[in-house]
Design a protein around this ligand. Structure first.
Ligand code: GRF
Length: 193
């Protein structure tokens, strides 16, 4: 099954997914990266991994619909069946939601429904919770609200700093996301038969 990753920034999850898919030689095929910021480091990572990247921003278009129609054309040309968001810092609009119903995954660095939004790690840290974690969910039209597929908790230790918590969260993300993507693809393949 052909998948596309959408990212906007650093791309450590993109790299973890790409490496895992290669190592496992499984049913998933990471065909392309879509990035909405031409300067993002994730584009450099895709170059090093030899995965084609495509980049355009909503500013290149007159509306969000036109922007997403351009993305949709790219996905359809490449026969993409599953979209994986990995640090894509925009809300998915109606055009893509309708075309990929129940087929857009997202990762969020907190235990949803707690701490949605842009700063999940920092917000949990500042709230002094004893545990936070990582959530993988299907995307709907809300902010981090779609049905939850997987979660893993991360405990805050005595002396935990924001930086150490960020490291722990990212380690869990890099391990968990590729596994969940693979399981999700297997279920999709089975539901086709
Ligand atoms: C991750 O923490 C992810 O949960 C959030 O954005 C971050 C992206 O990090 N949605 P990276 O670009 O994959 O390094």
């Amino acid at each position: 099954m052909k998948i596309a990753v959408f990212a906007s920034g650093n791309g450590s999850n993109f790299e973890a997914i790409a490496n895992q898919i290669r190592a496992e030689n499984n049913e998933a095929e990471l065909v392309l990266l879509f990035c909405d910021r031409k300067q993002a480091f994730v584009i450099e990572r895709s170059r090093q991994l030899g995965i084609p990247s495509y980049s355009f921003s909503p500013a290149d278009f007159t509306s969000k619909t036109e922007y997403e129609e351009a993305i949709l054309a790219l996905l359809q040309e490449n026969q993409i069946e599953l979209i994986v968001l990995a640090g894509y810092m925009r809300l998915i609009g109606t055009t893509l939601l309708m075309a990929y119903q129940q087929k857009i995954l997202n990762i969020h660095p907190a235990l949803l429904p707690d701490f949605p939004g842009l700063h999940g790690i920092r917000d949990a840290f500042e709230a002094q919770v004893s545990q936070t974690g990582v959530t993988i969910h299907l995307v709907d039209d809300g902010v981090d609200t779609g049905p939850i597929i997987a979660q893993e908790a991360v405990s805050l230790e005595v002396g935990e700093t924001l930086e150490s918590l960020e490291r722990k969260i990212h380690q869990v993300e890099h391990r968990l996301y590729p596994i969940v993507i693979q399981q999700f693809i297997e279920e999709l393949e089975m539901s086709k038969n």
